[in-house]
Design a protein around this ligand. Structure first.
Ligand SMILES: Cc1ncc(COP(=O)(O)O)c(C=O)c1O
Length: 420
């Protein structure tokens, strides 16, 4: 053991030592020896424009000349104020308050606490959370509780709270999902539905249409259940629009955002809340305060990066870049529609995915780590979710780079697939 570092989601007993990355730029990670690795998963879905976007890096440098962390209870700073105003404008209508935290998981914890606090402060005994099967919302205890149960959290199961689960709206089974949600809201105990809009990421890049999202939102509204959209992965253009909710024409009561919020450069998260949610906590009675904080809430340098990211969206043709990437992805994934080595070739916005046919499919599929090693040998960062291959590149990726990636997927199909 040469390094004391314990890496995330890494089995140190079986995995090789990781490459040492000395530099990042655009769509690439570069090792100390100068080997370039094409980042086809945007470094766990965070990098949107490309690594080290000059305007974002320059904003980080400038802010660090003025401010470092400062307490955010009882104090504020210009970057948090300006970014919050921008977020309220960019987000679906009705989300009027911005609560900062520092990761996707914490933005989810905040959302769940806001939902429970809303009903408690209103004197309504609602505390159940409704979730979709195969969801992923993060790795803290609350976020795991509302996510899929499996090998990742079996050890922590005794700590996780109970939730009501509705099935994933697989093609032809959409009505079952809607019926299950209606049933879960009967009895009046459901406080909130938390959902990844349009794409369930870590659960296997499962995609469902906007119409289902709007139906779920309708049922939530009709039954007084708060609708929490976890846009941690889907936000900032990934699904083709700024937020995935836009495609369903819905406004959630609470929205979680992180990852692309700073273009991915530096950690920051925000949980946006509706007037109703904020108002339930607004009172002369101090016991109704929203009791949540973390030390690094609204870090000024991270907020400056967030603000610079918003400016990049406003001043550069990012929407056009996203549209071009969607088109390039659509063209390439189409080749796999009738490919016997794969199934379920699919796309939502800039994200494509397909399932390699293997005997033991699932997250622990043997093919997963083998394919990861195979891609890395070719200088490609592709990190399959078991037998599910997906590409979620930064928006600066070129047509040629995508061609390289799809050629490698073809080869992986030959090497690791076992068509039935
Ligand atoms: C939908 C969703 N929610 C929450 C999270 C957790 O975010 P973080 O890893 O920043 O805690 C993720 C991370 O991938 C995610 O995809």
């Amino acid at each position: 053991m040469n390094s004391p570092v314990w890496h995330p989601f890494t089995q140190h007993a079986t995995e090789p030592a990781p490459p040492l990355i000395a530099r990042t730029e655009g769509a690439y990670l570069e090792t100390a020896e100068g080997r370039r690795i094409l980042d086809a998963i945007s470094s766990w879905w965070v990098i949107t424009h490309g690594h080290r976007h000059p305007a974002i890096m320059s904003a980080i440098r400038a802010a660090s000349e003025e401010l470092d962390q400062l307490i955010f209870a009882g104090f504020t700073h210009p970057y948090a104020e300006a970014l919050a105003r921008e977020l309220v404008t960019l987000a679906p209508p009705g989300l009027i308050r911005v609560f900062y935290s520092d990761s996707g998981s914490t933005s989810v914890e905040v959302a769940l606490k806001m939902a429970l606090g809303t009903f408690r402060n209103k004197g309504e005994a609602r505390h159940r959370i409704v979730v979709m099967e195969a969801s992923y919302h993060g790795d803290t205890i609350g976020a795991m509780s509302v996510g899929a149960r499996g090998v990742f959290n079996a050890a922590y199961e005794p700590l996780l709270f109970e939730v009501d689960r509705i099935p994933f709206p697989a093609p032809g089974k959409e009505q079952e999902t809607l019926d299950a949600f209606e049933a879960a809201t009967r009895g009046g105990k459901a406080a909130a539905l938390i959902i990844e809009p349009l794409v369930l990421g870590a659960g296997g890049m499962l995609m469902y249409p906007p119409a289902i999202l709007s139906e779920l939102s309708r049922i939530a509204r009709e039954t007084g259940t708060l609708f929490i959209a976890d846009e941690v992965m889907t936000g900032w253009g990934r699904t083709g629009t700024m937020f995935a909710c836009e495609q369903a024409g819905i406004s959630p009561d609470i929205l979680c955002t992180s990852k692309g919020l700073t273009g991915g450069a530096i950690p920051l998260a925000a949980t946006l809340a509706s007037e109703e949610v904020f108002a339930a906590h607004y009172s002369q009675d101090r016991s109704r305060t929203f009791f949540h904080s973390s030390s690094y809430t609204a870090n000024p340098i991270a907020c400056a990066a967030g603000l610079a990211n918003v400016k990049v969206w406003q001043q550069e043709p990012v929407a056009e870049r996203v549209a071009a990437l969607c088109a390039m992805q659509a063209e390439r994934i189409a080749q796999f529609a009738d490919d016997g080595r794969f199934e379920n070739a699919r796309r939502c916005g800039t994200i494509t995915a397909l399932d390699l046919k293997v005997p033991g499919a699932g997250y622990l599929a043997e093919a997963g780590p083998k394919m990861r090693a195979f891609f890395l040998e070719q200088g490609l960062l592709v990190r399959p979710l078991g037998n599910v291959l997906y590409l979620m590149p930064p928006y600066c990726v070129t047509a040629d780079e995508l061609d390289r990636l799809y050629a490698a997927i073809h080869e992986a199909g030959d090497r690791f697939g076992s068509p039935s």
